[in-house]
Design a protein around this ligand. Sequence first.
Ligand SMILES: [Cu+2]
Length: 112
Amino acid sequence: MRFVRIAIVVAAVAMLGVACGGDGDGGDGGSTDSITMVDNEFQPSSFTAASTTLTVTNDGQALHSFTLPDGDIDQDVQPGEDASIDLSGLDAGTYDITCKYHPEMTGSATIS
Ligand SMILES: [Cu+2]
């Protein structure tokens, strides 16, 4: 019976995570003007820019970059530091984001 109870708790927690929109787990962050890098993902990985300036903070141990291959943006962010990214030159749309040092770090930024 103990396994069943654990399974129910796990299922309930999983549903809670979905209901909360995945804040902090790299999912859709809605509208924001700041994101965080950890090793190795963006949090949130998918977001809509709330303004033309985005603050990107590297909370990881490794050097990361905030790179929009289609937006001509490529900004290194050292561990423990942050950078202000100027988004004002971008047309409205959704852009892939990645870290050039860690190709598995991916996401998308929507400019409205
Ligand atoms: Cu990286």
